[in-house]
Design a protein around this ligand. Structure first.
Ligand code: ADP
Ligand code: MG
Length: 608
């Protein structure tokens, strides 16, 4: 069997990693370097160049060379290189093929499978395109993981023995690459890694600094950047990027740009860089504020700021971040490798254990999935009823009940839409399920609709007619292309499990049995509290799809039961006479959060 490698397929640079001797290791390319520029050049003869050589050809043969194509994955955009057109997934496939070949040379073994990371905001089509690129490169890609999750994995560290850190933490992943800034809030709890919120700036990256330095260079030499020919612009930009990187090690440097009849220099320092690029620094704060707002978190709740991406190596960037992320511990270990190393960890786990039962990496659904509701005011414009909300943690399975909208209606149509608009006609239609219902008066017949959805873009719609118990199932692909039928079968099987995860079920049963016994043994306040907690557990099992919150709350419940057991063992005092303090243990802040959700539920429960 061939090896499985992890790949960070970056916009600017790509890197593969593999699990070796108990850790994730970056794989050097044929030049002995770790980063392979994500640049492809194809000449008239059809010779393909990938990586550093192609990056050089960006200057010498711009019409045969493409870069930054990751941005357009899954869109219709094409590139014309050496007289032929290529889709972004074909160009990505060439990069992947190079990484595969380099890995095979390095490992001395065939590589058949890869886990590839993508930005958290990538939609289904872009994810599907990434898988297609893998297939074109001869790689089986079963799993796509989010870049911030990968960074969190690398940061938390994984050894053969299992998770190093058992503690609960919230990471702020600040991924500042060549063309984009992606900021994510990642919650880690035991073996669960969950993205709580993502934000970013699609037009802010290292190349913006290159551009500003290049423009400053032109200004000092009475040139107008925009009026130079493409080749000269590329030469100046390359000089600017080199100078910028030199400033990582030194405070001062001299930028130079030379062509046949042209040779100019400019002095550059970190101080000067800050002066000329202040607007870029200011733009870095907005996404940080936005993730904190979206997730309703405070800066204080962040346990670690993880710096990822080449641009985070800039001392000026690190200093600027320290000004507004003061209390957090900043981790700037290997920003270039962080994502790849994390994907390598995942590949390692996958190699040893097909089921990956040791770990739960969650994704979020970037859009809402729902169905159309009859609109009394305007029958032609049904209203969107959300079943799976945007930003729900995936995979997930959610249920809602609906009723007939007209007298003597004999079928119900559940149409499936994707999008955020109020009227379904403004959203994307994905398909429909029609089910017969017994004829009766409006509102008499009820149906239960379940949507089960995963990151692979497979949506299972189950419709059950409550009165007859009849069930209808339909599988809907939310991506653009269809997936091979054998593959669908496997996904559907995996999703079926999700509707009733067995391990989870066993744990729930254990908690119920434990709680019921305690209930029987106790009296008064303690007994009431146990009853409420069991009800809430039932509520969570029915409604809560967020594995992270579920796990966190259940951990608290176990501790509660343990202390109740201790209390019941220890004392003959009756619960009524004793204040709660005698057995109650102080909770950590994180446990309090999970508890807060419970209190909120309980308050709502009382009033309804
Ligand atoms: P991506 O995720 O977009 O593929 P990377 O994380 O590889 O990108 O980051 C690439 C960017 O990092 C480029 O703009 C590059 O100029 C910048 N970069 C790399 N090394 C350094 C350095 N030492 N100092 C400053 N910028 C750097
Ligand atoms: Mg990157």
């Amino acid at each position: 069997m061939g090896r499985i490698i992890g790949i960070d397929l970056g916009t600017t640079n790509s890197l593969a990693a593999v699990w070796q001797d108990g850790e994730s290791c970056p794989i050097p390319n044929s030049l002995g370097e770790y980063l392979t520029p994500s640049v492809v050049s194809i000449d008239e003869e059809g010779t393909v160049y990938v990586g550093k050589i192609a990056k050089e050809r960006l200057i010498s043969h711009p019409e045969q060379t493409a870069s930054v194509f990751k941005r357009f994955m899954g869109t219709g955009k094409t590139y014309l290189l050496g007289g032929k057109t290529y889709r972004p997934e074909e160009l990505s496939a060439l990069v992947l093929r190079k990484l595969k070949e380099d890995a095979e040379r390095y490992l001395g073994e065939p590589v058949e499978e890869a886990v590839i990371s993508v930005p958290a905001y990538f939609n289904d089509m872009a994810r599907k395109a990434t898988k297609d690129a893998g297939a074109l490169a001869g790689l089986h890609v079963e799993r796509i993981i989010n870049e911030p999750s990968a960074a969190a994995l690398a940061c938390r560290g994984w050894r053969n023995s299992g998770w190093q850190q058992e503690n609960d933490e919230t990471l702020l992943v600040f991924d500042f690459g060549g063309g984009t800034l992606d900021v994510s809030l990642v919650d880690c709890f035991e073996n669960v890694i969950e993205i709580a919120a993502v934000s970013g700036d699609n037009h802010l990256g290292g190349s913006d600094f290159d551009q500003i330095i290049a423009e400053q260079f032109c200004k000092e030499h009475q040139l107008e950047f925009g009026k130079l020919d493409r080749k000269r612009r590329e030469i100046i930009l390359a000089g600017a990027a080199r100078a910028k990187c030199a400033l990582t090690k030194e405070e001062h440097t001299v930028m130079s740009a030379a062509d046949r009849d042209f040779w100019e220099t400019m002095e550059l320092s970190n101080r000067k860089l800050v002066q000329i690029s202040m607007p870029l620094f200011h733009k870095m704060t907005a996404p940080v504020k936005s993730v904190l707002n979206d997730a309703q978190r405070k800066m204080l709740e962040i346990s670690k700021v993880v710096l990822v991406g080449g641009s985070c190596k800039m001392p000026t960037v690190q200093q600027y971040l320290r000004r507004f992320l003061p209390d957090s511990q900043m981790t700037a270990m290997n920003p270039d490798y962080m994502v790849a190393l994390g994907v390598g960890v995942y590949a390692g786990i996958k190699e040893r254990n097909e089921e990956i039962k040791d770990m739960l990496l969650t994704d979020i659904c970037p859009f809402t999935l729902g169905t159309g509701l009859h609109n009394e005011m305007d029958a032609a414009r049904p209203i969107m009823a959300a079943i799976i909300d945007r930003n729900s943690v995936l995979p997930c399975s959610k249920v809602q009940k609906f009723q007939t909208a007209a007298d003597f209606q004999n079928t119900v149509r559940v149409d499936v839409y994707q999008g955020e608009e109020y009227y379904v006609t403004d959203n994307v239609y994905l398909g429909e399920v029609n089910v017969p219902v017994p004829m009766s008066l409006k509102g008499q017949e009820k149906i239960t609709v379940r949507y089960t959805y995963d990151i692979n873009g497979i949506l299972i719609v189950d419709v059950k007619v409550d009165s007859t118990g009849e069930e209808t199932q339909q599988i809907i692909m939310t991506g653009r292309d269809t997936i091979a039928p054998e593959e669908i079968d496997a996904y559907v099987k995996a999703l079926e499990k999700l509707k009733m995860p067995p391990a989870e079920q066993e744990e729930n049963q254990m908690l119920f049995a434990w709680g019921e016994r305690l209930y029987a043994q106790s009296t008064g306040q303690l007994r009431e509290e146990i009853s409420r907690k069991l009800q809430y557990l039932q509520y969570l099992i029915n409604k809560e799809q967020n594995p992270y919150r579920m796990k966190k709350w259940k951990k608290g419940l176990r501790e509660f039961f343990e202390s109740a057991d201790r209390y019941l063992d220890m004392t003959e005092l009756s619960w009524e006479q004793e204040s709660g303090d005698s057995w109650y243990q102080e909770r950590t802040e994180e446990e309090q959060d999970a508890e807060e959700d419970y209190v909120r539920w309980y308050d709502g429960h009382l009033t309804s």
